[in-house]
Design a protein around this ligand. Structure first.
Ligand code: ADP
Ligand code: MG
Length: 376
């Protein structure tokens, strides 16, 4: 309801400064699909208000889950309105991550990329980025660089390379320096002068993803897709240089392996996805609990995200869910996984007031020291 959504929006905007080093969690439940309707599925999820979701269990009881926002499913406009400020943060020199978690078919790609006429977070981020830069161009010179890659099993694949992307398998070296800054050696990085150029690049990467999936005899939902947009701004007067980064991640499906139906090849794939998502969950929990050592090193996925998760980085996690009774178990698992991240939001008040002591942007490198926990 409108008034309620208004309250939520106010709260989100008030907490934008507090977001440093913490994670905002948005839950999005897609509509029942016609297939689900046909097979007699009912809806087990229900929005209580714009921040709370209830899920009916088999036994007739229900559980309540709270997030920074709940969309059931909301429009692409609604969703992006609550993400928009992160783009400004990246231009201001922060590292920003938006990622989508959930089982295959839950709406991750719809949320992150969308369809023609219902564009998702990535294309909207691109438009917003160039809009923000247009506003600032009298005072700043901006450079935008972009890369696109996927992590399939334990291999990084360059989606902007010319030729078959799988040829880059084993050639991309993931390096994390002492300060925690992430670099992928040999990864194609292209300068983009306009929203149009960056959109074209994204289309090219997505097409290459299909090529890679065919070559690797897999589904694209079985790999993590990562779009990296780097923005460097130089103040024309002071020559001060800021570097921000936007990481957009469409994660591989989180569904559990069905023991009976998967052959050996698929099992290895599923095991690696499970490892990576567990590693991500552990990192998230580490940040939540302000652990001294955050276990970024446990997987390439978390290493890749190291300078954009925790520290002074700002993170938005989408947990995408199906509303269908047949997916109740997976939905519950996803919501529980996301709840591990949500605790961060609850404790961020104290952290944020501490970090407000240094609002001058000096700590905006985004890199949390390797295993050092809080960067601020
Ligand atoms: P995932 O990437 O998690 O596997 P998809 O984004 O491909 O899932 O979504 C599965 C299907 O559900 C697609 O046909 C998609 O268009 C549809 N869908 C997902 N989210 C929504 C939504 N919010 N509104 C309408 N349709 C949606
Ligand atoms: Mg998908």
């Amino acid at each position: 309801d409108l008034k309620d959504a208004e309250i939520r929006r106010k709260k989100l905007h008030n907490t934008i400064e507090d977001l440093k080093g913490s994670i905002r969690v948005f839950c999005r439940v897609r509509p029942l699909s016609s297939k689900e309707k046909d097979q007699g599925d009912t809806k087990v999820t229900k929005a209580i208000d714009s921040m709370n979701l209830s899920v009916e269990s088999d036994s007739g009881g229900s559980s309540k889950f709270s997030f920074d926002a709940v969309f059931t499913p909301g429009t692409q406009d609604d969703v992006f309105n609550d993400c928009r400020d992160l783009v400004q943060s990246a231009v201001d020199g922060y590292n920003v991550t938006l990622f989508a978690y959930g089982q295959t078919g839950a709406g991750k790609t719809f949320t992150m990329y969308g369809t023609k006429g219902q564009e998702g977070v990535a294309p909207r981020t691109i438009q917003e980025l160039y809009r923000v830069m247009e506003e600032g161009k009298a005072r700043f010179n901006y450079t935008v660089m972009s890369s696109m890659l996927e992590l399939y099993r334990n291999d990084l694949v360059d989606l902007l390379s010319k030729g078959n992307p799988t040829a880059t398998k084993g050639k991309l070296n993931l390096k994390v320096d002492k300060a925690g800054a992430v670099c992928v050696e040999n990864l194609t990085e292209e300068a983009c002068e306009s929203a149009d150029e960056l959109s074209k690049l994204l289309e090219r990467g997505n097409a290459q993803r299909t090529v890679a999936a065919t070559a690797m005899n897999s589904e694209s939902s079985r790999s993590h897709l990562v779009l990296i947009i780097t923005v460097v701004s130089v103040n024309k007067e002071t020559k001060e240089r800021q570097r921000g980064k936007i990481l957009l991640v469409d994660l591989a499906g989180s569904e559990r392996l069905k023991k009976s139906s998967v052959e050996a090849e698929g099992q290895q794939e599923a095991i690696e996805i499970n490892k990576s998502l567990t590693a991500l969950g552990d990192v998230i929990e580490g940040i939540t609990k302000s652990q001294k050592v955050i276990p970024y090193r446990n997987h390439k996925l978390t290493q890749l995200m190291q300078d954009s998760l925790g520290g002074s980085a700002k993170t938005l996690m989408f947990v995408n869910c199906s509303p269908a009774s047949s997916n109740l178990d997976e939905t519950t698992m996803s919501l529980k996984y996301a709840t591990r991240a949500k605790n961060i939001t609850n404790t961020s008040g104290a952290k944020a007031s501490a970090s407000k002591a240094a609002p001058d942007g000096k700590d905006r490198t985004g890199a949390s020291g390797a295993g050092e926990g809080e960067g601020a």
